[in-house]
Design a protein around this ligand. Sequence first.
Ligand code: NAD
Ligand code: MN
Length: 498
Amino acid sequence: MTERSLETELTTPNGYKVTVNTGLFINNEFVPGADTISTINPSTGKVITSVQAAEAEQVDLAVEAAYKAFYGGWKTTSARERARLLLKLADLVERDSEDLAHLETLDNGKPLSTSREIDVPSLASHLRYFAGFCDKIHGKTIETEGKLSYTVYEPLGVCAAIIPWNAPLVMISKKIAPALCAGNTIVFKTSELTPLSSLKFASLVKETGFPPGVVNFITGYGNIVGEGLSRHMKVSKVTFTGSAPTGRAIMKGASESNLKRVSLELGGKSPNIIFDDVEDLDHAVVSAYQAIYYNSGQVCCAGSRVYVQEGIYDRFVEKFKAMTEATKIGNPFIQETFQGPQISEAQFNRVMSYIDIGKKEGATCFVGGNRHGDNGYFIEPTIFTDVKSDMRIMKEEIFGPVVTISKFKDEEEVVAKANDSIYGLGAAVFTSNIKRAIRVSNALEAGTVCVNEYNMFSDDCPFGGYKQSGIGRENSEYALLEYLQIKTIKINIRSPNE
Ligand code: NAD
Ligand code: MN
C-alpha cells in the first residue's frame, strides 16, 4: 500500500469536502497497519470510513522512530527551533481550521460551532502558549558550604499519549504542546472512536517540518496499542486522559515494565453550588446548563451534581427545566444545534442504563430520560431530583446529559455533600458574598474551583484532579514539569588546603 492509496476524500452532511490520510503516521510517513477499524458517524450510526489498526509490530516501529528521533537530535534541538516549529504548526492549524472542525464534528458528533469556536482555536492557542515557554526553561543556582550547585531541566525521552474521544483535538494540544516544548518526542494513540481529526493534524505535523519520528500517531485498539505503549521499555512516560479503569491498567503496565512516569486525567462528578445570595440567578442557570449539557455531557469536569440553596431552589429548578426542555438537539452541522449525539452505541446504552438505575433507585426523573429521534445516539437532556447521597447516579460518572439537582440548607451541609465523592476534578460556587466564596473554595476538594461561572479554563492555569480524578496537571508551567526531569550538578569550589 502506498501513502497515496491510504488517502480518502470525505464529504460531510453540509457538503464540505475534506481529504484525510487513514494510515499510521510513523516517521513522517503514512503507512499501513495490520488491520483496519471502521469509524462511525454518531449522528447516523453509519460508517464514515476505515482507518488502519496497529498491532504490536507497528507500536514498536512508532516507539523506535520516536526513540531514534530523540537521541538522534531532537533532545538537543535549540529552544528557538522548537518554538519556531510549534508556532508554524499553530499557523497551519488555523489555515486548515475548517478541515479540522468538519472532521471533528463528523467523527465525534459535537456541534460544528463548537469545533470551530472552541476545539480548533484552543489547539492553536495551546501550541502558541507553550512555544513561548521553550526558551524559558531554566534551573536554579544553589551555592552552599563550599559547593556551587546548579540544576538543569532535561526532557524524559519518548512520551506516549493515550487520548479519548470527547475532544480529540483539545487532548492532542494538552499533550503535544508541553511534551515538545520540553524536548521530548511523542507517540499518540488516538481513540478508535474518533481517529480522523488526529490524522489530519498529523499531516500538518509533517508539513510543518518536524524531523521524522518526533511526532507519531497510531490508531488502533486500547488492549493492543494502549497496553503496548504502557508496557514498552523505551517509553519514558505515558500521559493519559480517559476512564479510571484504563488509568489503573496503564499504571499496572508501567509498574510491571520500566516504572515509566504516568500522568492521568480521569473523570469526575463535579459539584456546582448555587447559594441564595447569588447575584444573578439567570446567569447561574445558564452557567449550570452549560456546565452539564455542553458536549452532550461528555466532559470530564461536567457539573453533574447541582446543589441549590432552599430559598431559590424552586425558582432555579423552574428556570433550569425551561432551558433544558428548549434544548436544540440534532444534526451537529446545523448552526442552531446545541446538543449532538453521544459518541457511540455503547456510550448511549451506558447513559440510558444510568437513567434506568436512577429511576429504580427512587429518584425522580423530572425532565427528559428518553432517546431522542430514531437514528444516531441522541439522548434528551435529563434532570433527576429527589436524589439521595448513596444513589449510584449521585456517585458515579455518567458522562452524558444527565444532572442531579439537590436542595441544601447551609454552607456546612453543602460542603460536606460536595466533598462526599471519590472524585475531585472541578467545582463551582455561585454567591455574591466574597468571604463565603473564598471559604467554600478553600474547603472544596477539587483541582479547579470556579466562582460565579462554570467552565473557566485557560492555557495559563493548572488543571487536574484531586483524589481519583487523576495524577498530575495539564496547562501552564505545571504541565511542563510533567514532561521534564531535573538534574543537579555539584561543583566543589573549595581549594584542597581549605
Ligand atoms: P477508555 O478509558 O476506555 O478510553 C480512552 C482511551 O484509552 C482510548 O484511546 C482507548 O483506546 C484507550 N485504552 C483502552 N483500554 C486501554 C488499555 N488497557 N491500556 C491503554 N489504553 C487503553 O474510555 P471509554 O471506554 O471510551 O469511555 C468510558 C468512560 O470513560 C466514559 O463513560 C467516561 O466516564 C470516561 N471518560 C473520561 C474522559 C475524560 O475526559 N476524563 C474521556 C473519555 C471517557
Ligand atoms: Mn466516530
